[in-house]
Design a binder for this molecule. Structure first.
Ligand code: SAM
Length: 373
């Protein structure tokens, strides 16, 4: 279920801390829905000038989220207020006498102001119950769904971390530690956990320790896994970790590796180790190897990412140095890869995202059209 607000929002001193606490207080679906319903109700009933004060007082009394309750009263903003007044008045008259009334000021005055005030009040109660109730219900449904999804993905992430620990438990200590920390700190894995990864064989080009393949196998243990990397050491660790699956992993160069037909191809942080023309040729071969409807996920350093791009390039050099490929890492801007993949007939989307580490990457998702579908 949703976290207690105090756990989600550790105490911080000062004004910012106070604002943060106020914004995140009592945000469980039921209470947030009650706050919205109360705010809107008070925004509609004709207690003009007092709506905000009463909203804050009642929210405090019933321990509801105060900013949300206050926001609900803003339903009463000038463009909407005339509609609320007219709606309430007519609803009130319908409830009292079964007929609508003329809105001409002369006729309203002639038929007695007192009657219309009562009608306005009764109508506003009906209208506020309907609008406030519906908005509260909608808030509840949306927040419940979000909480359920968050729970699910938290559990999934926890299960994935345990899975990584287990399958890499017998790897040499350095490799074990590397994979453990990489899968915790690199948001790529959160992204892959949430991704629709399709079906059919999976190919991971420059698979390193095989963490990407491990994630796909964690999601669907029946897929055939292909991987290649120049590093014998990493391939050994990957083979051992993935020995429980149908994994066909070899020491090979992505430039010459024969890519089998696949439903999913991963090209994660490897393109920068080969030349520009070789990158283009590899992407064209990937596009050709994808089955109809298949997905290619490509991650590359974000060369337009400012200071973070420099950190990423620097870390790349530090971690792999002149690397197994024998060249200093040199990626091209993501838009170049995007163009190459589009030219190969794939439909491509790009996503830039901040990492937990000070790194800047772009993820491209390129899908092969499924002509039959
Ligand atoms: C930054 S690591 C990424 C590993 C893995 N894709 C991941 O995301 O965990 C880059 C990997 O590419 C491998 N590599 C570099 N050039 C290669 C090449 N020409 N053929 C195959 N692997 C290569 C390196 O050995 C290294 O394992």
């Amino acid at each position: 279920m949703s976290e207690a607000p105090s756990a989600a929002c550790p105490d911080r001193p000062g004004l910012r801390g106070l604002l943060r606490r106020l914004m995140t207080e009592q945000l469980e679906p039921g209470r947030a829905a009650a706050a919205v319903a109360l705010g809107i109700t008070l925004g509609i009933v004709p207690i003009y000038g007092l709506q905000s004060v009463v909203a804050l007082a009642l929210a405090t009394l019933f321990r509801l989220n105060r900013p949300l309750t206050l926001a609900g009263t803003f339903i009463n903003i000038p463009p909407i207020q005339p509609l609320l007044v007219i709606g309430s008045l007519q609803l009130g008259h319908l409830a009292m006498g079964g007929t609508l009334v003329s809105l001409s000021p002369r006729e309203l005055l002639a038929t007695g102001v007192g009657l219309h005030v009562v009608a306005l009040f009764i109508g506003s109660v009906i209208l506020s119950a309907a609008v406030g109730g519906s908005a509260g219900l909608a808030t509840y449904v949306v927040l419940r769904r979000r909480a359920a999804r968050a729970d699910l993905s938290r559990n999934e992430a926890r299960r994935w971390r345990r899975h990584v620990n287990r399958i890499f438990a017998t790897a040499p200590i350095w490799d074990r530690g590397f994979v453990r920390w990489k899968t915790r700190l690199d948001r790529l894995f959160d992204l892959l956990l949430a991704e629709e990864l399709g079906t059919g064989p999976v190919v991971d080009l420059g698979c390193g320790h095989g963490a990407g393949l491990a994630l796909v196998a964690f999601r669907d243990p029946h897929r055939v896994l292909y991987g290649c990397d120049l590093s014998e050491r990493r391939i050994q660790a990957a083979r051992r970790a993935l020995s429980g699956y149908d994994a066909r992993i070899s020491v090979a160069d992505v430039r010459t590796f024969e890519i089998p037909e696949a439903g999913l191809i991963l090209v994660l942080d490897v393109l920068q180790y080969i030349g520009d023309a070789e990158q283009a040729a590899l992407l064209a071969r990937c596009a050709a190897a994808l089955s109809p409807g298949g997905l290619l996920i490509l991650r590359a350093p974000d060369t337009d990412g400012g200071l973070l791009a420099k950190t990423t390039a620097w870390l790349d050099r530090l971690a792999l140095g002149l690397g197994a490929a024998g060249t200093a890492p040199a990626g091209q801007p993501a838009r170049v890869y995007q163009r190459l993949l589009a030219e190969a007939g794939l439909s491509v989307t790009a996503q830039r995202y901040p990492n937990k580490l000070p790194l800047a990457h772009v993820v491209l998702r390129a899908r092969k059209p499924d002509v039959a579908a």
